[in-house]
Design a protein around this ligand. Structure first.
Ligand code: ZN
Length: 278
């Protein structure tokens, strides 16, 4: 599951108006974030403590009192002191345009002026939240399988079964990829022997270019949509931006080998963790 972005909306300083802060808090909730509001008149130290305790990804500072040039940088400074500067800090409120470059130079990632659409604030926060708490999916837990391109399964198979003693778990044809597959079990992982069904098969192209051998490595993931979205956002070249059906009723997508030093990686999400299907 994609983790929700957690935001602390905080009001440093002495002004007693929190309608704007409450509005932005609600708007970020509507954008699917978890929002904690500190209440009025918090000191920078109180805000930083609350942010660490609440384990937030972002602090949104709102200030109307005019003291933003002292208070906002102080929050950033204390975060650094607490080694919590992976928390993104953004600001808003009544901030004169000419103060914004100074605030940004002090580590405020963005200052939103009144009237900025809340969607724009939310998009900015989502995109810039640092660390791995945000929508960064859990790392792949294991290698689902290793795909090996062969000209003929019947020719290649005896090495695996007779010489290595691996058991043949099954065979399958994936029409859309023009490929026939034999599955061999190695603990939790499988080897997949991939034989082209026709010259138009990507496996046929691969063998023609590079000969038989390792074709791809597949990671077992449980959040393929979120992961693809994140990779795309990070500028990683993808062969498939959307998952497509693969063998074993899995949803699969390939990362472009130019993003990964020439290795073709597949993301593979299985429908249910059913022992027989693994
Ligand atoms: Zn595969």
């Amino acid at each position: 599951m994609e983790k929700k972005v957690r935001v602390l909306v905080a009001k440093p300083g002495l002004d007693g108006h929190d309608r704007g802060a409450l509005v932005i808090a609600q708007a970020l909730r509507d954008e699917g974030m978890e929002v904690v509001y500190t209440g009025l008149r918090q000191t920078p130290a109180q805000i930083v403590n609350a942010a660490i305790q609440e384990d937030v990804d972002c602090i949104g500072l709102s200030c109307l009192s005019g003291a933003h040039n002292e208070l906002f940088p102080e929050v950033v400074r204390l975060l650094r002191l607490e080694k919590a500067d992976d928390i993104l800090v953004v600001g808003g409120g009544v901030i004169p345009q000419e103060d914004i470059p100074f605030l940004e130079s002090q580590g405020i990632a963005r200052v939103f002026t009144p009237g900025t659409p809340s969607k724009e604030c939310a998009d900015f926060i989502r995109k810039h939240v640092k660390g791995k708490r945000m929508s960064f999916p859990e790392p792949p837990g294991k290698i689902a399988h290793i795909g090996i391109a062969v000209k003929s399964i019947d020719t290649a198979l005896p090495f695996y079964t007779d010489k290595l003693g691996l058991s043949l778990l099954g065979r399958e044809e994936v029409e859309s990829e023009q490929v026939r597959i034999a599955f061999l079990g190695v603990g939790e992982t499988r080897l997949e022997l991939l034989e082209p069904l026709s010259d138009t098969s990507p496996i046929a192209t691969f063998i023609a270019k590079r000969g038989e051998g390792i074709h791809h490595i597949a990671f077992d993931v449980d959040d393929i949509h979120a992961r693809l979205a994140r990779l795309k956002e990070d500028g990683v070249a993808l062969i498939n931006e959307e998952p497509k059906p693969g063998a074993h009723q899995a949803q699969v997508a390939f990362i472009h080998p130019k993003a990964s030093g020439g290795v073709l990686y597949e993301l593979c999400q299985y429908p249910v963790k059913n022992e027989e299907e693994q």
